[in-house]
Design a protein around this ligand. Structure first.
Ligand SMILES: Nc1ncnc2c1ncn2[C@@H]1O[C@H](COP(=O)(O)OP(=O)(O)OP(=O)(O)O)[C@@H](O)[C@H]1O
Ligand SMILES: [Mg+2]
Length: 273
């Protein structure tokens, strides 16, 4: 729990880069985001996301976490009337300012949603779906990729004998790990997770949290969560959003023990939100 957090009277502008010398995968610069032309949902956000780190996005409902997460793979583009100002750099390339193919971007920046959404297909075909779309048809290679992805998602042992059964017969927690395996089969660099455990029971949640800890070895993870304990347990960096602004971002241990802003302290100690 938080003890005697050091507060600052006048907030300094939020700077998001925790360690200058670490490698940045995603960088957001002076970003504004609008729904329906004029409704400002995110305002002047600057942030760096580090490779092989888990970054948690926290903040009260409606503060813009999901909107912000969806910027990284251009999922907001699918909502008519939205507008982006500023830059979102992925590996140094502005994903809004270049002729980058959004479909290729979404392969490299995968996403897992709040509610598990497996396709009404077999377990195997869920995981093989993306690679097949990309043209992988060699059966041995596909088998290997399906097995590796299911192992990385910590689901292989539970499903290896029922690979051709419907994915819809799995439990919610298993379905969510299947969705993670499906994203990993595309061999992404970044995995975006929007409240991936909010529909799951505590045991399934613990499975996913453990998995997130392991995924950081090979991937960069950005996770939205309403669960403060979860953010503290799984993430290396935490960003606190409030009303469309990034209030502060720092190492998770610092955010949860010595937040710089009173708003952050109020939120993490449960005084609002
Ligand atoms: N499709 C949309 N069209 C118009 N406004 C939207 C849309 N989606 C979100 N918004 C608005 O943008 C703001 C941020 O919403 P967002 O869903 O990103 O918040 P959030 O922090 O993820 O909230 P929650 O914790 O409840 O999921 C809210 O004011 C919301 O009403
Ligand atoms: Mg949300």
């Amino acid at each position: 729990m938080v003890e005697s957090p050091a507060r600052v009277a006048a907030p300094s502008p939020p700077t998001a880069s925790p360690q200058e010398n670490e490698e940045t995968v995603l960088e957001v610069r002076r970003l504004n985001f609008y729904y329906d032309g004029d409704a400002l949902a995110l305002s002047d956000i600057n942030m760096k996301i580090l490779r092989h780190r888990v970054t948690a996005l926290i903040g009260p409902s409606g503060c813009g976490k999901s909107t912000f997460l969806r910027l990284f793979n251009r999922m907001n583009d699918l909502i008519p009337g939205t507008r982006v100002e500023g830059q979102v750099l992925f590996e140094g390339v502005d994903i809004y300012g270049s002729d980058l193919d959004p479909v290729d971007l979404r392969r490299r920046v995968g996403m897992v949603f709040q509610k598990p959404n497996p396709f009404p297909k077999s377990i195997y075909n869920n995981v093989a779906y993306g690679p097949r779309l990309l043209g992988l048809c060699d059966q041995t290679a596909l088998d290997g990729l399906v097995e590796r992805s299911l192992k990385q998602a910590a689901l292989w042992n539970e499903v290896k004998d029922i690979l051709h059964h419907s994915a819809l017969g799995l439990s919610g927690g298993q379905q969510q790990r299947l969705c993670i395996a499906r994203a990993l089969a595309n061999q992404p660099e970044v995995l975006l997770m929007d409240e991936p455990t909010s529909a799951l029971d505590p045991i399934a949640t613990a499975h996913i949290e453990e998995l997130v800890g392991e995924l950081r070895r090979d991937y960069t993870v950005v996770i939205v969560t309403h669960n403060m304990q979860q953010a503290a347990r799984v993430s290396d960096e935490t960003a606190f959003f409030y009303m469309g602004k990034l209030v502060e971002m720092d190492k998770t241990s610092l955010i949860f023990t010595r937040p710089r802003h009173a708003q952050t302290e109020h939120y993490i100690t449960g005084r609002f939100g």
